[in-house]
Design a protein around this ligand. Structure first.
Ligand SMILES: C[S@@+](CC[C@H](N)C(=O)[O-])C[C@H]1O[C@@H](n2cnc3c(N)ncnc32)[C@H](O)[C@@H]1O
Length: 212
């Protein structure tokens, strides 16, 4: 990371998560949202923040939390938020599972987004995948009943893996009564990862599940 990027990260305090809240309402208030009308949205692995920024811009009453393990991604998102004057996003550096477990009270999230997670194609690396049954179980516990989990990948085998993990987590119910895969959500933002997948001729798979 360059000195300039470190300087950017040093200014990130206003976008940091507040101390852990005791429940959803406390968290919504701590994020400056209005309980009752504010939806809490969390994106895991936001990359350069392209989609998160666009979503936050189009849903100003909602509050967004982005998790990313890659520091350069944090800097990229911060630059976007500052450039566009967007104030409804908080970002956390870390592993999605750890951040969920430590910071998010039970029954808090209305929407969770996992778009184009690293596919880790080699079998011996599958354990590094973000989507795992233990991750989904913790995520389910942090989501409100009726909350929506949206996933997308351009890696067919990972799409099947996601379905297997979701089917092994009965708290999540497929939103599509007619099949397994869904169409993209109405406010979906195409990122450069999706663009690259399309250009390479890969099929984009979307999944949408309700939290029971
Ligand atoms: C292929 S990129 C996709 C980025 C973004 N979602 C998009 O569509 O442009 C996957 C991202 O997930 C991040 N990541 C990987 N494992 C993660 C984890 N356990 N927790 C949080 N972020 C993770 C990576 O650093 C990377 O930025």
């Amino acid at each position: 990371m360059t000195a300039a990027e470190q300087a950017w990260l040093a200014c990130s305090q206003p976008t940091a998560l507040p101390p852990k809240a005791g429940n959803r309402e406390e968290l919504v208030r701590a994020l400056g949202g209005v309980p009752g009308s504010c939806r809490l949205v969390m994106e895991f692995g936001f990359g350069n923040g392209q989609a998160l920024t666009a979503l936050a811009r189009s849903h100003p009453g909602d509050r967004f939390i982005g998790v990313e393990i890659f520091q350069e991604g944090m800097v990229a998102l911060l630059k976007r938020l500052v450039a566009e004057g967007i104030g409804n996003v908080r970002m956390v550096e870390g592993h999605g599972l750890e951040v969920l477990s430590r910071w998010i009270p039970e029954a808090s999230l209305d929407r969770a987004i996992i778009s184009f997670p690293d596919p880790w194609p080699k079998k011996r690396h599958h354990k590094r995948r973000l989507v795992q049954v233990d991750f989904l179980e913790v995520l389910a516990s942090r989501m409100v009943s009726g909350g929506v989990l949206e996933l997308a990948t351009d890696w067919e085998e990972y799409a099947q893996w996601m379905v297997a993990c979701l089917e092994a987590t009965p708290t999540f119910v497929n939103q599509n009564p007619e099949g397994i895969f869904s169409s993209a959500p109405a406010d979906w933002v195409m990122t450069r990862f999706e663009q690259k997948g399309r250009e390479a001729g890969r099929r984009i798979r979307h999944l949408a599940y309700f939290r029971r």
